[in-house]
Design a protein around this ligand. Structure first.
Ligand code: SAH
Length: 346
């Protein structure tokens, strides 16, 4: 098996090249080619032919293949379904905001977390992505679209903190000045609430934005829609979030998908406000996206507005997420899921 060269840090590459008897500046040359999307050692024209040959014998360069590309006629959102080298597929969404082009990337093929409203978890976890595969989502979205990417959200398929070490490696790569150089403050990571991993992340004091998928302020409701809550409950999760803020000084963004008659009553809003009191928090209300396999339905616009008003009157900052790409299955594992269904039928 050849080694996955794009998952290596610059320092690791320098070590590998020095073992081949090469001077240290070669590592930077190779790293720069890789992070510009070169997929064949033969194209690394500032290296000798002999070295290119030796590298191609020892290493492989990952590159995903576009299986589907959909462009929203409504807002220019682009959704990619990529095929990875083992045949598995993941999706990436490019959203065009005023503050810059943002990619939403996947961290795993499938997901083990079993949230009741989420299409990504149907079929469970297949495998975790490598650091190079996550980097490729950003890199090849930029190259294919011709649009420079300034922000990344880890909110696609998978639970990033379930792939903790590799996600940290990816962050190091994408943040590196010799690579895509995307600042930590331009990166958000979303988790369903793996408490020990939130605590571990807090110790690193990264400047990224942590989003926590809360979706309910009480254990009864949250355990029903998010099985992870049976392992770490709401109070344990919120305590970890407070600690995270104390350590990093970074305000947490709480995601809250509004589900009709499940978590959208005025009493629930008041309980949520009470639970988040004293916490540096921002609440992001997301009208639930319909998933065909699920009986859960979105709350009405009025209900969302009412919920928002209650939170604001209790002193919380709260926004309602704008829906982008609603004409192209642009949310939460839907493109991969629909592609799977067409394959099942065929
Ligand atoms: N596993 C991570 C990140 C992936 S999901 C997490 O749970 O945070 C990104 C966000 O989309 C999460 O807040 C998730 O709960 C939410 N989500 C999933 N399915 C949804 C749906 N059908 N409608 C609205 N939001 C959904």
């Amino acid at each position: 098996m050849k080694q996955d060269i794009k998952s290596m840090t610059l320092e690791e590459l320098a070590e590998a090249l020095s073992a081949l008897g090469e001077p240290s500046f070669r590592a930077k040359q190779v790293y720069t080619w890789l992070h510009h999307g070169v997929v064949d050692f033969a194209e690394m024209t500032n290296l000798s032919k002999a070295l290119r040959q030796r590298l191609s014998e020892a290493f492989e360069i990952t590159a995903p293949v576009v299986v589907r590309k959909q462009i929203s006629a409504l807002d220019g959102t682009i959704k990619y379904l990529w095929r990875l080298r083992d045949g598995n597929c993941v999706e990436t969404v490019l959203m065009r905001y005023h503050h810059g082009n943002t990619v939403c990337i996947s961290s795993e093929v499938g997901c083990a977390m079993s949230c009741a409203f989420c299409a990504s978890t149907i079929g469970g976890l297949v495998r975790r992505l490598t650091a190079s595969e996550m980097l490729d989502e950003v890199l090849f979205t930029q190259l294919d679209s011709g649009l420079e990417i300034s922000n990344i959200v880890l909110m696609g398929i998978g639970e990033p903190l379930d792939n903790y070490d590799t996600v940290l490696r990816f962050l190091h790569l994408v943040n590196s000045p010799e690579g895509m150089n995307i600042g930590m403050r331009h990166i958000s990571l979303s988790t369903c609430g793996l408490v020990p991993k939130i605590l571990a992340l807090a110790e690193l004091s990264l400047q990224l934005t942590l989003s926590v998928s809360l979706h309910a302020p009480d254990d009864e409701t949250r355990s029903k829609i998010m099985p992870v809550n049976r392992r770490w409950n709401v109070d344990e999760l919120l305590a970890a979030c407070r600690l995270y803020f104390e350590k990093t000084g970074r305000r947490i963004s709480f995601e809250y998908a509004m589900i009709r008659d499940v978590n959208d009553s005025p009493e629930t809003a008041r309980l949520l406000a009470q639970k988040l009191k004293g916490q540096q928090a921002h609440v992001n209300l997301i009208p639930l996206n319909n998933v065909e396999e699920s009986p859960l339905k979105p709350s009405s616009r009025q209900t969302v507005q009412r919920f928002q008003q209650i939170l604001e009157s209790e002193g919380l900052t709260c926004t309602v997420r704008r829906t982008l790409g609603s004409d192209i299955d642009a949310s939460c594992g839907q493109l991969r899921r629909n592609y799977q269904k067409t394959q099942e039928k065929a």
